[in-house]
Design a protein around this ligand. Structure first.
Ligand code: IMP
Ligand code: MG
Length: 178
């Protein structure tokens, strides 16, 4: 599909799946190398946006690891609200373990900053951030982004798990607002 319409907005193809897949393979190689000595690292996927990224990345991960999910929300329409609601919490014990947070996109960084605040109270060994997309120009937090598959300019994108008002998550490619 060249272009899609979601509610009142038009989007055009931006990053095709083949390119997304290559970027994920590159990061998976790095994770497999960097974490091979870790004892049962926990991959913590942030729903809803990261579901597709998580599924594709984890198929390329060759580690003795666990996968778990939390659900957070900070967006309304095409703008970050700045406040992050934790919708569904974390029950797993991460004490003394390596946690890899899986995000669909890091924009202002407020979601990551809030989540890390919470996670650090649970005394993990270390927390790594892994995101499919990263908008360096919008980033305001001081947490290093350890693994970013693709850096993009400050544009609003949908598809491959990302939404506009909860629409458009199912598309295989990434689309940008027209
Ligand atoms: P942050 O808290 O400002 O870093 O925003 C992170 C969250 O906002 C992501 O997990 C997404 O759910 C959402 N978000 C940020 N940029 C976009 C975008 O371009 N398209 C769709 N969702 C986005
Ligand atoms: Mg999200």
């Amino acid at each position: 599909m060249e272009s899609i319409t979601l509610q009142d907005k038009n989007f055009r193809t931006y990053i095709p799946y083949t390119e997304i897949d290559k970027a994920i393979s590159r990061i998976a190689l790095q994770l497999n190398r960097d974490l091979k000595e870790e004892d049962r690292p926990v991959f913590l996927s942030i729903l809803n946006g990261s579901f597709m990224f998580t599924a594709d990345l984890m198929k390329k991960i060759d580690l003795n690891c666990e996968i778990t999910f939390v659900k957070l929300a900070s967006y309304s329409g095409t703008r970050s609200t700045g406040t992050v609601k934790e919708v569904l919490g974390l029950c797993d014990d991460i004490t003394g373990r390596t946690v890899v947070v899986l995000e669909d996109i890091v924009d202002s960084g407020s979601t990551i900053a809030n989540l890390l605040n919470d996670l650090r109270k649970r005394n993990p060994k270390q927390i790594k951030i892994c995101t499919l997309l990263f908008k360096p120009a919008a980033y305001k937090a001081d947490i290093p982004i350890d693994y970013a598959c693709i850096e993009i300019p400050n544009d609003f994108v949908v598809g491959y798990g990302l939404d506009y008002n909860n629409l458009g998550r199912q598309y295989k490619d990434l689309y940008v607002i027209d």
